[in-house]
Design a protein around this ligand. Structure first.
Ligand code: SF4
Length: 210
């Protein structure tokens, strides 16, 4: 716990501007952008969403757009057929069961097509200010190297981190670690000599990646 707090303190100082890298103006847009970000860079998602958000502004627009038309907007994000199905399916449920509003609970969010705990935590944390730990590939790798959790399963790691990261910091902690994973603690070649966490880090698993 003490170590986690120290790590958070250092990362906050190192990345004072860390935040969600996806562009969005409301929960609907964030849900779409998060679904599109699977197996795709946030940068690419931010390139395709402006035109899509001009065409679809409300939940009923995302549920009513045809599969074919939606695919033309999101093709370059990859896996576009499945992503289009998820977006249309999620918004059909949102319109039918939630009055057109993206739900605010984990329980309801994970029932939407294409939405797992990771996506749900992104929505809760960034659209509704409800703390959520988003365990993606960067979180899995960096937390393991730091020795904060050795879990390989994202949901199990999320549960472990919930015990050592203060709840008020869950969303920010995810941004900080994801930022650090992109900037310094890379998958293939972590830049340990430039890392502000080096003194605290047992570097578990690093050998595997270099
Ligand atoms: S010291 Fe190296 S392995 Fe540890 S967090 Fe920093 S970059 Fe990653």
């Amino acid at each position: 716990m003490k170590k986690a707090l120290k790590i958070i303190q250092i990362l906050k100082k190192t990345y004072p501007d860390a935040k969600c890298a996806l562009d969005f103006k409301n929960p609907e847009q964030l849900l779409v952008a998060t679904i599109l970000s699977a197996q795709c860079t946030d940068k690419r998602v931010n390139l395709v969403t402006p035109a899509l958000f001009k065409r679809c502004q409300k939940s009923k627009d995302f549920s009513g757009i045809s599969q074919k038309e939606l695919e033309t907007y999101i093709r370059s994000t990859g896996f576009y057929s499945n992503k289009a199905k998820s977006i249309r399916g999620a918004f059909q449920m949102i319109c039918e069961k939630h009055g057109g509003q993206v739900p605010k609970t984990m329980e309801e969010l994970v029932k939407l097509p294409g939405v797992g705990r990771k996506t749900a935590n992104v929505i809760l944390g960034n659209a509704y200010d409800i703390p959520g730990l988003t365990v993606d590939t960067h979180m899995l790798r960096v937390n393991k190297r730091l020795g904060l959790s050795l879990e390989k399963d994202a949901v199990k790691m999320e549960r472990e981190l919930m015990k050592i990261v203060p709840k008020k910091d869950w969303t920010l902690y995810s941004h900080l670690v994801i930022h650090h994973g992109r900037a310094i603690c890379n998958a293939r070649k972590p830049l340990c000599s430039k890392c502000p966490l080096e003194k605290l880090c047992p570097k578990n698993g690093v050998e595997k990646y270099v």
